[in-house]
Design a protein around this ligand. Structure first.
Ligand code: PGA
Length: 257
């Protein structure tokens, strides 16, 4: 059975002491009410990764760990960067690639996104590719074409690694704004994304939604939005809302393929 996937993207929040605390709380909550249909992953800042993996090991928690970003280079003179091999050594299993905050604030263009996805897959990790349009593109009615093009640019020629590619649809206008896309808008975009993924030989990939997901809207988006899980930002920084999203996903997810 393919499980749904819920990733908590902590962004640049929580130092390692706070990270240990939240990780313990999430592990305790999920131990008290385990989920069978959802894979749960935490994506802390780089400096917290070792602490988080240690806590999860000690607690025997079946929670995965992702990084929020990685270099597309293997090693060398790239000050400030972190490589895929370094993450792998820490027990990190997946990497978020091309989050809109990195694309817009740190000049991560489609070519760098594509080479980063390849570096992640080459290194044996899983890639969570973020795509999504801004408000002007949505209002111009060009969102389907825009997202399809982002997928092609990032994922063409990667059929062999199909099992390790996940896509997260995150409309930029819904990230951190409290404004969620409607279930109908999400469902329509899921059709667009799955059609393009199938054409790229990646039809088995899970497709997540991200953008102001919370405990109140998660069940409706899973049920009517036809998603395979969530990339959660703000609501992943506290145990109860994050746990509620995970449990809503577990209760409502019906495998599609
Ligand atoms: P948000 O962020 O849930 O705070 O809107 C989602 C994301 O950027 O991954």
């Amino acid at each position: 059975m393919t499980k749904a996937l819920v990733i908590g993207n902590w962004k640049m929040n929580l130092d390692y002491v706070e990270a240990v605390h939240l990780t313990r709380q999430v592990a305790t909550l999920l131990a008290s009410r385990p989920v069978e249909r959802v894979e749960v992953v935490l994506a802390p800042p780089f400096v917290d990764l070792r602490s988080v993996t240690s806590v999860l090991e000690a607690e025997h928690a079946s929670i995965g760990v992702a990084a929020q970003h990685v270099s597309d280079r293997d090693n060398g003179a790239f000050t400030g960067e972190v490589s895929v091999a370094m993450l792998k050594r820490l027990g990190v299993a997946s990497v978020i690639v091309g989050h809109s905050e990195r694309r817009t604030m740190y000049h991560m263009d489609d070519a760098i996104v594509a080479s980063t996805v390849r570096a992640v897959l080459r290194g044996g990790l899983a890639a969570v590719l973020c795509v999504g349009e801004d408000l002007a593109t949505r209002e111009a009615g060009e969102h389907d074409a825009f997202v399809s093009e982002q997928l092609t640019r990032a994922l063409a020629g990667l059929e062999e690694a199909a099992q390790r590619v996940t896509v997260a649809y995150e409309p930029i206008w819904a990230i951190g704004t409290g404004k969620t896309a409607t279930a109908a808008e999400i469902q329509a975009m899921m059709v667009t994304i799955r059609t393009r993924l199938a054409a790229l030989g990646l039809g088995a990939s899970r497709v997540l939604y991200g953008g102001s997901v919370n405990a109140d809207n998660a069940a409706e988006i899973v049920t009517e939005g036809d998603v395979d899980g969530f990339l959660v930002g703000g609501a992943s920084l506290k145990t109860e809302p994050f746990g509620a999203i995970v449990h809503a996903c577990n209760d409502c997810y019906a495998e599609r393929r």
